[in-house]
Each structure stands twice: as C-alpha cells, then as structure tokens.
Design a protein. Structure first.
Length: 662
C-alpha cells in the first residue's frame, strides 16, 4: 500500500466536447485534478479527473478511447456527491493478486491480477465518498464508498449518475427492460426480452432502459465493450442501463411498479457503506468478453458450503409434456430415462404438489435414489407480487414456511429447488434471493432461479447457487414457432452477451423434431435446427447444472451418436476460449474439461459459412472426432487428424453446427 500526493496543475481552459446534458458542465474555466490507473500489462488505462468539482473518467485500450469522458457520482438523501467535490491529498493504490477455484463457472482455476486506486473526495471540507477503480488486463471496475454525514449512519441513494459514453458510431446489442407487472400473470420484468442487434445508440429500449449485460461494438471496428455489474446482494438493488443522447448510458434503478409497487426503488445503505461494482470488459476482439471472469473476481464467498455440492446433468418432463406430464407414472419414466443416460438428477416441475402429491414425491425420491438419481423440485416464489397460479406457492417467500419445507426436503433427499416468478430488481427482492440461498444451504440444497434477474457474481458469493434463467429460454421453443425459427440467431447472442457474465439455465439441447411428448410430426412447434446443433449448444451454453430438453423416445428415434454425446458431455468446465464469431451471425467457442477439448460452432446466417480456425490448444497429429452437418442438416460423425499448422476448415450450414473433440 502506498500514498501519493496530488498537486493542482493550475487553471486551464477546458472545451467540453460533450453536451451540457451529458455531464452538466459548462464550456469555460475549470480546475482540473487528475490521476490514472493502468492494467498490469499497461494496455488498459483509466484517466480519473475532477473538473470543476465533478468527477469523470475515460477508458483507453492500446491508446484508443473505448469509453469517452463519462460522469461519476451519487445523489443521496444525505448529500449530493456529484458536484462540489474536492479531491483529498491521500490516494491509496493496491496491487491485487488472487488465485481461486470455482467449479461451476467458465474457468475452474482463476489467477486474477489487477491494479486498484481509491480516490477520496470531500465536500464542504468533510469526507464524502471514495471512488474505487480496479483495472485488470481485460476489465475496468468501479464502485463507491459513502461516509457518514453529520453523524448520520444510513442513507438512501436517490440516483447514481455513473455513465458510459461510447464513441460516436458505436452500435449496441441489448435487451430492453420490460414494463413492470406485465406479461404472463404480471410476472415481468424477468429478463426475457429479445435482443436488438447492431443498432445505433440513442434509444432507450421500451422506455425503461436495458438489462445487464449490454454489449457494444465500437465504430470502425476498433473493438468491443461489455457493461454489467457484480456483487449485488441484500444491501442494494440490481441496476440497469438507461440510454441517453450522444452515446451516453447511465445507471438506472428499478421501476416503482416492480413487485406490485411494494418496496422502494431507491436502495438504502448503512454508512459507511459501498455500492456494487460496475464492470466494463474491453477488447479488440470478442475474446475478452467470452473469457472474462470479472463477475467472480470482484466478490468473495458469503458463507461456507454446508456440504460438497455436486453439479449434475438431468432430465425434465415439462419441456415436452408440459403440465399434463406432472403425474407419478411419467416422473418414474423420466427417472428411468435419467438412469439410462447416466444422469444424476430429475427436475420435477410445477404442480407436483397437487398432481403428484407430497406422499408420492417421497416415494418418487426413494425410487430415484435407488437408481442413483436425485430430485429438484419447482416452487413459485410468489407472495404478493404476481398472479402466477402454479403451485407450490406461498412457501419460498416466508422464512418460517420455507425452512419447514426445506427440512422436509432434506429428510427426503431432495437435491435442489427451482424457484420461479420473481419479477423485480428492488432491494427487497435481492434480499429474498439471498434469504432463499442462505436457508437452502443449511439444508444442503442447491438453488436454480427462473423468471428472474441476472446473477451478479452469485456463483462465488453463494456456494449453493446453481444457475439462473434470465434469458428467453427453451420453454419459448415449445410455445411459439417464431422462437424455433430464431433459435440459432438467439444462441449466437447468448454466447456473447448473457452467458458471458453468469450461469444460464437455458434447458435446451432438444433432439425431438417436434415439441411434444411423443415427437409426433405436425404437433407443436417444429425444431428448425440440426441434431449437431443440439449437441453444440450443450457446449456453448454454460451452466454448472443442466437439465436438458431430451425425451425418453430419443433413445430410439435420435441418432445413437447424438445420444451417446449427450451422455458424456460435461456441465462443468476448466477453461473457455473464443475461437470465432459475431453476435447474431455465428459463434465458435472451445471449452476444456481436464485434457479434453470441445470445439462447438453454430451458424444463424442464411448462407453456409466456410472458415478456417486455428486450434492451437490441440497438438499436431492428435486424432479428432468431428460431428458435422450437410446442407440438409443431416448429421454425421468422422475422424480426422490435427494438421501440423493446427488449422481446421469449418463448413457450417444455416441452422446447423460443427462439433470437434479430441
């Protein structure tokens, strides 16, 4: 830890390039104090300035501006910390280095290094806030620390003016935040709005901003920027981006109407207290976006795991059979199906309490345990914030009922729960997530969230957190043909946006040609993608726990090579590498489990793509297995040898895929 004394460099004339709307500055004289922090490899540089009492920052990568001069600061009920600030003479600098292991994210062993600078600001000669910047070789992160004001030990943050000004001509890949209390049974927002792709900046979605993460392509192909947040818990609300004119995006808080209007949209914070981290991942290619671990680098575990949790593959009947499949005999059939596949879990979805019954669930759990299979049970989160009628409900929202239920689960060997229909980002909802997770750990239960917000570092913060939906997931493939028609297009977006920052419980990789429980032609939505595509998305989509959209009939009506692959594909990974791709067009990634690599590519473009990729991770001369499609999407399996130059030519048809393993 070192200290540096700042000197005021004098009075200069500062011609502001942004508008008055953006930063609230005027063109004229301003007193400037500045400092900078660089990444360990010195490629990223963040310049921090105080101009006329207002803090701003700029992000450079390899000497090019990736984030233009952007505002910083908070407005609270105990003080406005966006203007009238003075920079203290004391600046704290730290070098951060940490090695940690986490089995259920994209990289199992992480060596994190970064440089951190904490700047202290005063207002009216009293301590006001610190702004802490941390810069790694791929990421910029910042947060605020607020100090007590006039002996007050609590505050309400009314507004966060933190901004991100993208260079003119940049385009966005974003998902709009929905209106509150809309959609099915008034359960939204639930992070399930389709993305707009490669669109100019300046819009604000449906008027409510955009859900994290948000991806931007800089003008003239200079690079990519991914903006998100991490470290959100019961002490703050979850946030979003609000689109402004001239390339500015600012932090936005939840809408008043979320959760049926219950709870405050403005987070309350004990003083001194800190906000969550705002994160900016930058790169000249998409590799840093795909490979970043920043959501987990910036947080710590909140409690010890009560046991060694196991991340598994499983099946579920609901995706093909819907509510009518929720009966004892069908669930027994799916237990047997999981056993056939070598899977260790079965997800028993909504209405199990009324259509199967608790006594029969106990019997089902015993039957499954005898075959090495454990159950996940579905629950409605609902208290007073939506109209979703599915049961069990009125349990997960109440501490007493929840813990009583979890004691019953533990007694009957239930492995995990899937809790649905949250519909809000307010602080009190973040507390509900945290309470469910903490209680579940006491009973050795893993937790999956659906109809939910984005996970924000939760894999590391909460040891029994398994995964979240927070995406337009597989059920929509059942509900509408339009979703099937756009399946590959959406997958090329999730790979580079949603799934880059947290586990994504998509529930896909269907091998049925038609979305019904017997794969009957002409009944239900028709899958437009290939069997190889189904296998490829099992690799592309990362989630420590996976319940795939397979059906018992696949044992006889799907290609043997496809079923065999789904039996052996991992759900936890040791490494990920970006190979090639463009959001909305195609995606090629590599994931490693132990010494085995899985290279998966999909194509959403109308024309087949033909590209050469270098697989430097696989030695020359090594034998490879290749799953590929012809133009008719008929899959086949072949063997090949890795060339000396380690290059492989990939030919991927529209809605098809390629998959290579060593």
């Amino acid at each position: 830890m070192t200290y540096r004394v700042f000197k005021i460099r004098g009075i200069i004339i500062y011609k502001l390039l942004c508008s008055f709307f953006l930063l609230g500055f005027y063109t004229g004289s301003a007193q400037i104090q500045s400092n900078s922090v660089k990444s360990p490899d010195a490629k990223i540089k963040v310049e921090l300035s105080l101009i006329g009492g207002k803090p701003v920052y700029t992000v450079f990568y390899n000497g090019k501006i990736f984030i233009e001069k952007s505002p910083l600061g908070l407005k609270t009920n105990v003080g406005d910390f966006t203007e009238g600030l003075e920079l203290s003479s004391k600046v704290i600098e730290n070098k951060i280095e940490e090695i940690y292991e986490l089995p259920n994210i994209k990289q199992s062993k992480v060596h994190y290094t970064a440089n951190e600078t904490s700047l202290s600001f005063t207002k009216d000669k009293k301590p006001a806030i610190d702004i802490i910047f941390r810069v790694s070789n791929t990421d910029v992160a910042f947060k605020y620390k607020i100090y007590p004001q006039n002996n007050t030990l609590s505050a309400v943050v009314k507004e966060e003016v933190s901004g991100f000004v993208l260079p003119e001509g940049s385009t966005s890949f974003v998902s709009a935040q929905s209106d509150a209390m809309t959609g099915y049974a008034r359960t939204m927002p639930s992070y399930e709005i389709p993305y707009t792709v490669d669109v100019p900046m300046g819009e604000n979605g449906k008027g409510n901003g955009f859900t994290f993460p948000c991806l931007f392509k800089l003008n003239e192909g200079k690079g990519w920027v991914l903006i998100s947040e991490t470290g959100v818990d019961s002490r703050y609300c979850a946030s979003k981006l609000i689109g402004r004119p001239k390339g500015l995006y600012t932090i936005g808080f939840p809408m008043d109407g979320e959760n049926n209007g219950n709870g405050s949209s403005s987070p309350g914070i004990a003083l001194p207290g800190e906000t969550p981290w705002r994160t900016i991942t930058v790169g000249e290619t998409l590799a840093p976006i795909v490979e970043t671990t920043v959501p987990f680098d910036l947080v710590k575990p909140y409690y010890k795991a009560s046991q060694q949790y196991e991340y598994t593959k499983g099946t579920w009947s609901w995706i093909m059979g819907m509510d009518q499949s929720m009966n004892y005999d069908e669930q027994v059939r799916y237990v047997d199906f999981s056993t056939e596949l070598g899977y260790k879990t079965l997800l028993v979805d909504a209405l199990w309490d009324t259509q199967v019954g608790r006594d029969k669930i106990e019997d089902l759990s015993k039957y499954a345990a005898a075959k090495g299979v454990s159950l996940y049970l579905w629950y409605n989160s609902n208290g007073n914030w939506n109209d979703a009628p599915q049961t069990p409900r009125g349990i997960m929202n109440n501490t007493i009922a929840r813990r009583k239920e979890m004691a019953w689960m533990k007694k009957n060997g239930i492995k995990g729960i899937k809790v649905d229909f949250f519909g809000g980002d307010k602080q009190e909802t973040m507390k509900l997530y945290e309470d469910i997770l903490y209680d579940a750990n006491d009973y050795g239960i893993l937790v999956i969230f659906h109809g939910t917000t984005l996970p924000r570092g939760w894999e590391r913060m909460y040891p029994n957190y398994a995964s979240s939906e927070a995406v337009l997931a597989s059920e929509n493939l059942f509900f509408t043909q339009e979703s099937c028609d756009k399946e590959s297009f959406s997958a090329t977006l999730h790979t580079f946006i949603r799934n880059t920052v947290g586990s994504m419980d998509f529930g896909g990789s269907a091998l049925n040609q038609f979305y019904n429980d017997k794969n009957t032609p002409g009944k239900g939505s028709k899958r437009m993608t290939s069997d190889v595509y189904a296998l490829a998305t099992a690799v592309l989509f990362q989630s420590g726990v996976q319940h795939f959209a397979l059906a018992p009939n696949n044992l006889t009506d799907a290609p043997k090579w496809a079923v065999d692959f789904m039996k052996e594909v991992p759900t936890t990974w040791d490494e990920v590498r970006f190979i090639d791709g463009y959001p909305g067009k195609y995606a090629v990634l590599a994931r490693r489990k132990g010494n085995k690599w899985y290279i998966a590519g999909i194509n959403a473009q109308k024309e087949s793509i033909k590209t050469k990729v270098k697989l430097a991770m696989i030695p020359a001369g090594e034998k490879l297995k290749k799953y590929s499609d012809n133009k008719q999407l008929k899959g086949s399996v072949s063997d090949l040898i890795q060339e000396k130059n380690q290059e492989i030519e990939l030919l991927i048809p529209y809605n098809g895929a390629v998959l290579i393993t060593n």
